[in-house]
Design a protein around this ligand. Structure first.
Ligand code: CDP
Ligand code: CDP
Length: 224
């Protein structure tokens, strides 16, 4: 694995992706969006007409689908079978089924192996990897581990501002239901031992990026 791994977990809308990507850019690190792989697998199942409730069929796809993502924060992309599906994986129809795909343990095993490989193969001095179980399962020994939180109200407001294809009420229901389903599989609402919590509810994007960078710097200095 790369020398420096920064693990960031948190619920939907806490700011994980945008904050991690910007902090990685400023630190010169690579960026790994693990949720994108779960979303890409869900998109692929929909595209191929695979029933997302059929755990065996979904697991089989997780082991064989041709997935690629850009870990350079300035050249982020998501591809399946060479096709660029970067915007498609955020569509509400994908968001609606991603938790069903993510609860299959064989899917998690296959994707976790891929994430660990990606974290060790990039050319940069460090990597920020974000998701739901990076601090606890994927990289529990990372020198810096952060739980990024925010109240449900703040998270719904942020997500609604991004998703124009549905009402705020529908976005709120989908976010709460997804958090509920995901929480049955991994705990990303409470910080595990040694994990530092950053609450982004009352700080803006720039302050959250700065808080993450400060946490990385102080975490690495106490490591040495
Ligand atoms: O950005 P947002 O928080 O809406 O979601 P995401 O990070 O793109 O993750 C999409 C979905 O992937 C989550 O709702 C989980 O079901 C799953 N996921 C997971 O199970 N484990 C991870 N490490 C990352 C995502
Ligand atoms: O990846 P996750 O679902 O945790 O959140 P995100 O997609 O990175 O962030 C959702 C939105 O919240 C983005 O538009 C961020 O710019 C915004 N945000 C904010 O308004 N204030 C913060 N302190 C952090 C993020």
């Amino acid at each position: 694995m790369s020398e420096i791994i920064v693990a960031v977990d948190g619920p939907a809308g806490s700011g994980k992706s945008s904050v991690s990507k910007e902090a990685a850019r400023r630190l010169g690190y690579a960026y790994l969006d693990t949720g994108a792989a779960y979303r890409a697998l869900a998109w692929h199942c929909l595209d191929e007409g695979i029933d997302v409730e059929n755990a065996d069929a979904v697991a089989e796809r997780a082991r064989s689908f041709d997935y690629a993502t850009g870990m350079d924060p300035d050249h982020y992309f998501v591809r399946v079978g060479g096709e660029d599906i970067t915007p498609d994986i955020r569509e509400p129809r994908v968001t609606a089924v991603v938790s069903a795909v993510a609860r299959v343990s064989e899917v998690r095993e296959a994707l976790n192996a891929m994430f660990r490989r990606m974290m060790s193969e990039h050319p940069r001095p460090g990597v920020i990897a974000e998701g739901r179980d990076i601090t606890t399962v994927v990289a529990p020994d990372a020198p810096v581990r952060v739980l990024l939180t925010a109240t449900e109200e703040a998270r719904i407001a942020r997500r609604s501002a991004e998703v124009s294809a549905q009402t705020t009420e529908a976005t709120a229901q989908q976010l709460a239901s997804r958090d509920r389903q995901d929480s049955r599989v991994v705990d990303f609402m409470t910080a595990a031992d040694g994990v530092i919590t950053i609450d982004s509810t009352d700080i803006d994007f720039e302050q959250t990026v700065q808080a993450l960078i400060d946490t990385v710097r102080s975490g690495l200095s106490t490591e040495q």
